[in-house]
Design a binder for this molecule. Structure first.
Ligand SMILES: [Zn+2]
Length: 455
């Protein structure tokens, strides 16, 4: 096998993704044959253990996640893949006998669609790149603020009613990184992205910039670009020819106008609506034809892990009561509403109610939400560098074969493909694990705030 045809795309915590020509697959799945002419290359996700994705997240995001086909990994293909995987990641695939065919979000969108973007322009003017954005979790102030278990009352930490998880996580990471100066393995080896100076260099990112329509995705990405950590990366696209990852080899930065284009494409793709619902409610958004009571159930927010964990320990799970406060779903976290500190908490309005969902459903939804809060968006771009785009409207392209994967957005001569990756099921970790992790984050946050108040 011509192993030079296979390109290492990246590694996650439990899998490796490579790019290869369809011709190198001994038994290409039938669903690929229809689009084979367009998709010259595909991506293969390889891992040692059987792969499990969150079924609810996949269902809700299917248009963005694309097809999934499991194929048998014969020795020849396995060896060819192993030869291109860096030694540090080889243990992730040792002994793997099957792999999943997934959309290759590093393909150039214009080539996939055969939109003649590049030919009309002189070579070198067109730019093809992909941006990986991990937006992390949307935030709403919790409505269920306490739980009564076996006669004991447990409350949600008050900070969670004013500060989003992302804001707390920033403090937690500061404390953790001060302790040990090493970062966990990340999905891709691309260097962090940077952009030129904007008007707000030090303002922090908050996921709600993307998820709230009252805030701006452009502003969110600008802030993320200033402190990308592992949540924003620029990756070069693979040409659909047989070369190694190419495009513009110097492409590790984005200009402000490129960043705005990506933000607008994310908005136009519509991906944030189902993703935000998965995160906040732990299930897909209700369909239009569902009965009103079912739809109402699906609008209930995910229970905080501190309360869910207490529920899991109840001697009599059916006797548990929730404590609810009239919440304002439109209220902002402290990232975007500094006056949140002076906002009075109406604790006297709290009321005890029978749980509106049973324990098993709440637990299920917690795990769905946990997967959704870790999803990454991949936005691949075929663009004319420097072309003014703000005055042209984005339009979502229809008629793209579903098995290509991703939603395509066109703006003038530019094409954006918006996909999602990282839908891994989180159930291999216990509620107790998440409960302890949550405590660590909240305590790090509270400690830092106490410290800053006494300074
Ligand atoms: Zn926030």
């Amino acid at each position: 096998m011509r192993d030079s045809q296979i390109v290492f795309l990246g590694a996650g915590k439990a899998n490796v993704v490579v790019d290869l020509p369809i011709a190198d697959l001994p038994s290409a799945p039938s669903s690929l044959r229809t689009s084979a002419a367009k998709m010259q290359r595909i991506a293969l996700r390889v891992r040692r253990a059987a792969h499990k994705e969150c079924a609810e997240c996949y269902r809700a995001l299917r248009a963005y996640a694309g097809c999934r086909d499991v194929i048998t990994l014969g020795p020849a293909l396995y060896n060819a893949i192993e030869a291109v995987v860096p030694p540090t990641h080889r243990k992730l695939i040792t002994g793997a006998t099957e792999a999943t065919v997934v959309p290759n979000f590093a393909s150039i969108p214009a080539h996939l669609l055969r939109v003649d973007v590049t030919a009309a322009e002189a070579r070198g003017r067109a730019v093809d790149y992909a941006v990986e954005v991990k937006p992390k979790g949307a935030w709403q102030s919790p409505q269920v603020v306490g739980i009564v278990v076996d006669g004991e009352t447990y409350w949600v930490e008050e900070a969670k009613r004013r500060h989003c998880r992302y804001g707390q996580m920033r403090c937690y990471k500061d404390v953790r990184d001060a302790k040990k100066d090493e970062l966990p393995a990340t999905m891709a080896s691309a260097p962090p992205a940077h952009t030129e100076k904007t008007s707000s260099p030090s303002l922090p990112y908050c996921p709600n910039y993307l998820f709230r329509t009252s805030l701006s995705t452009r502003e969110g990405l600008r802030r993320l670009m200033h402190s990308p950590q592992n949540n924003l990366k620029v990756v070069r696209c693979c040409p659909s020819g047989a070369q190694s990852p190419g495009g513009d080899p110097t492409m590790t930065t984005l200009t402000v106008s490129e960043l705005c284009g990506v933000a607008d494409a994310i908005d136009a793709s519509g991906v944030l609506t189902p993703l935000s619902h998965l995160q906040l409610c732990g299930c897909a958004p209700p369909a239009a034809d569902e009965p009103a009571d079912v739809a109402a159930d699906k609008q209930l927010p995910v229970l905080d892990v501190a309360l869910l964990y207490r529920w899991s320990l109840a001697k009599d799970k059916d006797a548990v009561e929730w404590i609810m406060l009239p919440g304002d779903p439109a209220a902002h976290c402290s990232c975007t509403a500094p006056d949140t500190f002076s906002r009075a908490l109406k604790v006297d309005e709290a009321r005890r109610v029978r749980p509106m969902l049973d324990y098993e459903t709440c637990k299920e939804r917690f795990y769905v939400s946990t997967t959704a809060r870790d999803v990454s968006l991949i936005i691949a771009v075929s663009s004319r560098r420097g072309a003014p785009d703000a005055s042209t409207a984005c339009s979502r392209l229809t008629g793209v074969p579903a098995d290509v994967g991703g939603v395509f957005v066109q703006r003038g001569p530019d094409v954006y493909r918006v996909g999602v990756v990282d839908l891994d099921d989180k159930k291999h970790k216990t509620l107790h694990h998440y409960y302890l992790h949550d405590r660590e984050i909240v305590e790090a946050f509270l400690n830092q705030h106490r410290t800053s108040l006494t300074k």
